[in-house]
Design a protein around this ligand. Structure first.
Ligand code: ZN
Length: 518
């Protein structure tokens, strides 16, 4: 006799709805936290810092209590063991999975460790800032050691919950779910080999771009107008009465928010207008991802980006594949000159495009060009993998860092501020984060290959100032899927193949062949 599933399925649905109501509350609290952080970076008067840190501390405490509440635990075990569990659809099962993952991880980490890590994090960042100014690693070292020890402790616990092979893999999983250091090492090996070949070809090529022509004085007020124009091009509305975005100024650019309220920031350097130009396109790429998630998934765990790597694939796609292309500048160069009182009228279009694509090994990651950028990431990955595995100590960092920069990029580090202390990530306790930057570039190459097949005339569209078709393609292929799939499944779904570095290398090689005339 067939069992009638109607009644059990109804009961299950009501538990599921209760779980989703809890998810909604947690997501809303998280969005208030993120708004308070945005305000702290953009508008808050300096004196407000004490009140703000109290506000943020309370909010994160509330969030932690909500995510680890026994009601969620009870609902999850009821749902998972439910006789009608199979009546849930793919989307519902994914929501349950994501809630369970969050619950398991949060409840296994002792509150003492969480609180101690947050405290040490703030302290280490503060010390990092001072040590960086003083160019003194020995000042930074003891605080970094303490924070690293706490993260290793968390990694050991998370390794069991997440069932990863190593503690480092557990940390990677926080930012790029189901990615492993073994997979990364393999793909980065191939990436490095390909990049080194391209760098050599550029170095010995007959034509050399003149990047110095980019250093033109453009007042920040004019750069602001250029930013608005760029936002309009990518269909990121910051001006109309229905706008869901805005652009503000901060020391370091970032994106904040989701769905109908997504804000970006940039920094205007008077003598280096390219800096804000490309940061607006980069953050704009992040922003349109968040704005074009499936609207029905608002307040559900699936209603967010798939991973940091996928997020970076969208920002790098807009910044580099679109923003540094000859097609885009064919359209935008006259506009730039019009807005900036002909600041570049003596520079030919092709010379400008070559200049913004110059390949030159350097010491600072955030200033690196498209080709050498991933070498900076590979260095960080190799170091943090050994660090978490206790194969190297914090005291060894400067020496190892400087040696790798010599070996991989051929540059000599003069002091630790331009060396191992240049990034905030390790001071923040973010180990396993860096690889996502390179993974984003690799995904973007695969996406480009698929786009070329689907819209053969996409470059003609960009040349006439039409980004809407490409944006629609990105929305349908990437944005709409939100967090329904783990990144490895998502890239396969979109492109039909697993993570593959060759399309990205091919894209770079073709571009450099034109820029450098090899
Ligand atoms: Zn980014």
């Amino acid at each position: 006799m067939a069992i009638n599933m109607a009644e059990p399925a109804k009961a299950l649905k009501s538990d599921y709805d209760l779980l989703m109501a809890k998810a909604k509350d947690i997501i809303i609290i998280g969005s208030i936290q993120s708004l308070a952080s945005w305000d702290m970076e953009t508008k808050m008067p300096p004196k407000g810092i004490k009140q703000r840190s109290q506000q943020l501390a309370i909010l994160s405490q509330i969030e932690h209590q909500m995510t680890t509440s026994s009601e969620i635990g009870t609902l999850l075990s009821k749902i998972e063991k439910h006789v009608a569990y199979e009546t849930l659809n793919e989307l519902q099962k994914r929501n349950v999975y994501l809630m369970k993952k969050q619950y398991d991880e949060q409840t296994k980490l002792p509150e003492k460790l969480v609180v101690e890590t947050a405290r040490q994090q703030a302290l280490t960042i503060d010390t990092w800032k001072k040590a960086k100014t003083a160019k003194d690693f020995s000042m930074f070292k003891p605080e970094l050691e303490k924070l690293l020890a706490l993260r290793k402790e968390a990694a050991k616990i998370l390794m069991k919950v997440k069932e990863t092979r190593t503690p480092y893999d557990a940390l990677i999983d926080i930012f790029e779910p189901r990615m492993t250091s073994e997979m990364i090492a393999k793909i980065f090996g191939e990436l490095r080999e390909g990049l080194v070949k391209i760098i050599k070809k550029c170095a010995t090529a007959p034509e050399k771009p003149q990047a110095s022509i980019l250093m033109r004085k453009i007042p920040p007020s004019v750069q602001q107008k250029i930013s608005n124009e760029l936002a309009q091009f990518i269909d990121y509305d910051v001006k109309s009465p229905k706008a869901g975005g805005r652009i503000d100024e901060t020391e370091h650019p970032f994106t904040n928010g989701y769905y109908d309220d997504v804000r970006i920031t940039t920094h205007y350097y008077e003598n280096n207008p390219a800096s804000s130009l490309f940061s607006v396109l980069h953050e704009g790429g992040h922003a349109i991802y968040e704005q074009n998630l499936n609207p029905e998934w608002l307040y559900q765990p699936v209603g967010m980006g798939a991973s940091l790597g996928f997020h970076e694939s969208q920002s790098r796609f807009v910044e580099n594949i679109i923003g540094r292309s000859r097609e885009f500048w064919t359209y935008f160069y006259p506009k730039l000159n019009l807005l900036a009182s002909n600041a570049f009228s003596d520079v030919a279009l092709d010379d400008f495009v070559r200049a913004i694509n110059q390949v030159k090994p350097s010491k600072i990651r955030v200033e690196a060009d498209e080709v050498t950028y991933c070498l900076h990431i590979i260095i960080r990955f190799e170091i943090e993998r050994e660090l978490i595995a206790n194969k190297i100590a914090v005291a060894d960092l400067p020496e190892i860092w400087n040696r790798k920069y010599h070996d991989y990029l051929g540059v000599e580090i003069q002091n630790d501020s331009e060396g191992v202390m240049q990034d905030i990530h390790w001071a923040s306790g973010y180990y396993g984060y860096f690889p996502t930057y390179a993974l984003g570039n690799i995904y973007s190459g695969q996406l480009l290959t698929k786009l070329r097949k689907d819209i053969p005339i996409w470059q003609d569209q960009i040349r006439t100032g039409d980004f809407l078709q490409v944006k629609k393609w990105l929305t349908e292929n990437v944005h709409q899927h939100g967090n329904l799939y783990d990144p490895a499944d998502l890239i396969k779904r979109i492109t039909g193949e697993s993570l593959n570095v060759q399309p990205y290398l091919k894209y770079l090689d073709e571009k450099c062949a034109w820029i450098y005339g090899y």
